[in-house]
Design a protein around this ligand. Structure first.
Ligand code: BJ8
Length: 387
């Protein structure tokens, strides 16, 4: 067992852990006030467009296996659990966020997701953005900018709004503020030993998605940063100095897949950074605030380093940088069952990390908790071999 202490989370942290549950009520209230709600699935979605229109944006990716049996009545079993669970929650009306969404926005990322959106379109108003498969050509950039403008037009018509360049610039600045604050938060774990466990970091980052008032959210994030710094300065150490520092990469995490973080942190390791969509991939960069806001927004989102892109150099760039910045002893990748893009890219990640001299292990899992002990055995063996 690691020396992670049982230090009570300060109350400001529990507001993040509870945010998803409490967010249901918050969204209901916002609906009652007449605000439109847009549900999204992916880090490629330019949420600033919704903010510019004064709408509420909620993440719909599910992280529990509760509704997968229902989804499997319409979808193949050998499909990624994120897709099955998200669809399952939609058709069973068990996700209030989906229920309250006036519009659902998806992108043509992996094949499973884009085909699922067709089925979702039978029960919700779904707008699908056509994402290019590569990132750097002028044609890809121009196409994606066109898709962002199409999204603006859809939003303007659906919600009877006018979205000006000034509205978008304001939204970009607000979102950038949040990115900067969340980056400052997770970068606290560059300290040695880190001032928070990886589980705390994950819960703070994941929970922050379900806080909908910008000012209150900023105050909570900055408050959490101050709290963490204060107790660290007073000498509290929630993580042992001997814990091996692990960077996590791969598919998005949260809910059921927190089990990987638990497996690492019950095996003398600590997660110092998440490269995946739950972490740095969302917050590491800022949208430029000068120049044409539509081009800036489109270019920013197209550069997200996801395995659905070919080639995908931006994931390697970010991963390499995080390993150095957080002094990683090793990297663990989590791929979800049947996720072909990440499973295939795993080999390239292994080769890259071997050049970088960072030990690497890839694990496949799903949303069940049945494989926890197996994960833990494999993780413990990996961590024991880290020097
Ligand atoms: S930007 S990681 S949120 S696509 S795990 S559904 S890829 S089969 S979630 Fe993702 Fe956007 Fe990329 Fe991030 Fe398909 Fe794989 Fe399932 Fe996935």
């Amino acid at each position: 067992m690691s020396k992670l202490s049982n230090m009570e989370l300060p109350s400001i942290f529990s507001s993040f852990a509870e945010a998803r549950k409490n967010g249901f009520l918050a969204v209901k209230k916002l609906k009652e006030q007449g605000l439109g709600v847009v549900g999204t699935f992916c880090t490629y979605t330019p949420v600033e467009v919704f903010w510019a229109a004064g709408l509420v944006q909620v993440g719909l990716c599910s992280t529990s296996d509760e509704t997968i049996p229902e989804a499997e009545k319409s979808l193949p079993r050998n499909l990624c659990p994120l897709i099955k669970a998200s669809y399952g929650f939609a058709i069973t009306d068990k996700c209030p966020y989906m229920y309250f969404s006036d519009l659902v926005v998806g992108e043509t990322t992996c094949d499973g997701k884009k085909k699922m959106y067709e089925l979702l379109g039978e029960i919700k108003d779904v707008h699908v953005m056509e994402l290019p498969q590569s990132q750097s050509s002028p044609e890809a950039k121009a196409w994606w900018r066109g898709e962002v403008v199409k999204l603006k037009n859809k939003v303007a018509t659906k919600f009877n709004k006018t979205i000006t360049d000034a509205d978008l610039t304001r939204a970009i600045k607000k979102r950038n503020q949040e990115r900067l604050a969340l980056k400052e938060l997770y970068e606290l774990s560059t300290l040695s030993p880190p001032p928070m466990t990886g589980l705390t970091q994950l819960q703070l980052l994941y929970g922050s998605q379900f806080k909908f008032n910008h000012q209150a959210k900023m105050a909570d994030i900055l408050g959490a940063i101050e709290k963490i710094k204060k107790v660290y300065a007073e000498g509290q150490r929630p993580v042992s100095e001997k814990a091996k520092r692990v960077v996590v990469t791969g598919c998005p995490m949260g809910g059921a897949t927190e089990k990987l973080t638990r497996a690492i942190e019950e095996s003398n390791g600590v997660v110092v950074a998440y490269e995946n969509c739950t972490g740095a991939k969302q917050f590491d960069r800022l949208v430029p605030e000068e120049g044409d806001p539509w081009t800036n927004l489109a270019d920013y989102y197209l550069a997200v380093g996801c395995a659905v892109m070919t080639p995908n150099p931006n994931r390697l760039e970010l991963l390499g940088r995080l390993c150095r910045q957080f002094a990683a002893d090793g990297v663990i990748e989590m791929t979800l069952t049947a996720c072909q893009p990440y499973a295939i890219e795993s080999r390239a990640i292994g080769q890259f990390l071997s050049q970088e001299k960072r030990p690497f292990m890839s694990l496949e899992t799903d949303y069940s908790l049945g494989d926890f002990e197996l994960l833990k055995t494999r993780v413990a063996a990996f961590i024991e071999n880290l020097s």
